[in-house]
Write a protein that binds this ligand. Structure first.
Ligand SMILES: NC(=O)c1ccc[n+]([C@@H]2O[C@H](COP(=O)([O-])OP(=O)(O)OC[C@H]3O[C@@H](n4cnc5c(N)ncnc54)[C@H](O)[C@@H]3O)[C@@H](O)[C@H]2O)c1
Ligand SMILES: [Mg+2]
Ligand SMILES: [Mg+2]
Ligand SMILES: [Mg+2]
Ligand SMILES: [Zn+2]
Length: 464
């Protein structure tokens, strides 16, 4: 959506920002000496280069000191300055360096919104083309859903194929110990991610395979034609695996996995939820007998030939996914949204309300029921936003925007610590970590963040 902001207003705001920004930077240089302050002249220069189209100096600053997605106090990035001024050469450089095109500034605009607003059509086209290349379906893909593997479900029933792939020298294995993935640190300081999955080939792991090792087929990586598996090494001494890869370590999944390279985080989500199911559902839910793992770990079959679960299709034989709804509730006047604090949340963090679906319930009705249970607010229309697998242990978050019919709040004190209406400017402060009391919302890896950001972005022109 193109924001319908007053162009003159934005222009003056932008000019004023430059004056204030530059004068502050002079004061900072002479009066304060913290690491951020010593960086500030370089950051100022970086934004100036983006605005003026000085590609060479901008590239130099990126190599030496400045983070590509560095923001100023108004939440503007270099890409936004380049978009505002139609600096296509700089835009190309920033896109090559992997800048994030989804960042919003404090008024809720992305770089593309800014380019369109200022009629910088070439700049807007460049950014759009890049976004399309990264995401051809033009659909928001939330963290944990960027699993690029072909799950090749048709291969799971082919025991010979699976066996051959398990001992194939090109196949790759991910170790999980007590659901902790074996990971490597990302050393590139310019990356915003800290971990990637550590893949090991059959030679390395074969001595750890026994007849009862759980081996899970994850899928095929088409770019390398490799088959990928996860194996459960729980109960073995974790330090032993250091011999296989000295820099590897077993990472505590929450919150560590939020700092995993996104495509790996998607594979991890599959591996963790599946391994958790394989570990916890060892006995038949219908008759209590032992079960055997089949189909590359994607099915459990009851050993009791007479068991009902062996006749017809039974969902007890298959991995669990628990659908949950998560919703941003908007007030009837469109100016506020409802956020809550669960008792377990870290101090000062507020998020969307959420809740598990019940059998026989539609998404819309679950949203209405959960919002009313948790906050006492009645909801009318519910619109779908996007979804997110949440592998703790196996939720599927169905993100929605819900429109309130009432205002009064009555908090469910069993589940929630508090629920409150927040006006848009305060939400923007929480989104950009500028809130005077330090309130904030979950990080970008959580679907809650993305739904809130969408609302802020879609209301950028409405002066709320
Ligand atoms: N990704 C995100 O941004 C995000 C944000 C908020 C919540 N979540 C996730 O959403 C899920 C649901 O939210 P909630 O905890 O508020 O739900 P909720 O409001 O339904 O309350 C949780 C309670 O529901 C009961 N329950 C019903 N079905 C359950 C099931 N299948 N598994 C576990 N408990 C069940 C339990 O008593 C539990 O204590 C959780 O897994 C949570 O981690 C994700
Ligand atoms: Mg809840
Ligand atoms: Mg609830
Ligand atoms: Mg519930
Ligand atoms: Zn059974």
């Amino acid at each position: 959506m193109v924001p319908r902001l007053c162009k003159v207003g934005l222009f003056f705001k932008s000019r004023k920002r430059f004056k204030i920004f530059r004068s502050v930077s002079v004061i900072n240089m002479s009066s304060r000496t913290g690491p951020e302050d010593t960086k500030k002249p370089f950051v100022d220069k970086y934004f100036e280069c983006a605005e003026n189209g000085n590609k060479e100096e901008l590239s130099f600053l990126l190599k030496s000191t400045v983070n590509v997605d560095q923001r100023n106090e108004k939440g503007w990035t270099a890409l936004m300055f380049a978009a505002r001024h139609g600096q296509t050469g700089v835009i190309e450089t920033l896109l090559e360096k992997g800048c994030d095109t989804n960042i919003v500034n404090k008024t809720g605009q992305t770089a593309q919104d800014i380019a369109l607003f200022w009629d910088q059509n070439l700049a807007a086209k460049l950014i759009e083309a890049h976004m399309k290349e990264e995401n051809p379906d033009q659909q928001l893909r939330n963290f944990f859903s960027l699993n690029h593997l072909d799950r090749a479900s048709e291969k799971r029933k082919d025991k010979d194929w699976l066996q051959a792939k398990i001992s194939d020298e090109t196949s790759q294995f991910l170790l999980l110990s007590e659901l902790k993935p074996f990971v490597l640190p990302i050393k590139d300081k310019t990356s915003k991610w800290r971990y990637r999955l550590c893949w090991l080939d059959h030679n390395k792991i074969s001595s750890h395979l026994t007849s009862d090792t759980v081996i899970l087929f994850l899928g095929i990586d088409h770019s390398s034609s490799q088959s990928l598996f996860a194996i459960d090494v729980s109960g073995k001494e974790e330090s032993k695996f250091k011999d296989l890869q000295p820099e590897g370590s077993f990472m505590v999944p929450f919150p560590g996995s939020l700092q995993m390279e996104p495509s790996d985080a998607g594979i991890f989500a599959e591996a963790r939820s599946m391994m958790d199911w394989l570990e916890r559902y060892k006995f038949c839910a219908t008759c209590g007998s032992s079960t055997d793992i089949t189909e590359g770990g994607h099915k459990r079959v009851c050993r009791n030939q007479e068991c009902k679960s062996n006749k017809g299709i039974h969902n007890t034989a298959y991995p669990r996914t628990d659908p949950s709804v998560i919703m941003l509730v908007i007030s009837a006047d469109g100016k506020r949204c409802l956020l809550g604090r669960k008792k377990q949340f870290p101090a000062k963090m507020w998020s969307c309300l959420a809740g598990f679906m019940e059998p026989g319930e539609s998404i819309e009705d679950t949203v209405r029921r959960e919002v009313e249970e948790e906050s006492g607010v009645k909801v009318g229309r519910v619109d779908y936003h996007s979804s997110q697998p949440w592998p703790f242990p196996a939720s599927l978050m169905l993100g929605t925007i819900a429109y309130a019919k009432t205002e009064d709040i009555k908090v469910d004190e069993d589940e929630m610590e508090d629920a409150q209406w927040f006006r848009r400017p305060e939400i923007v402060q929480m989104l950009t970590h500028q809130h005077p009391q330090g309130l904030y919302i979950p990080p970008e890896q959580a679907i809650a963040h993305q739904i809130i950001k969408s609302w802020v972005r879609n209301t950028a022109s409405s002066n709320l």
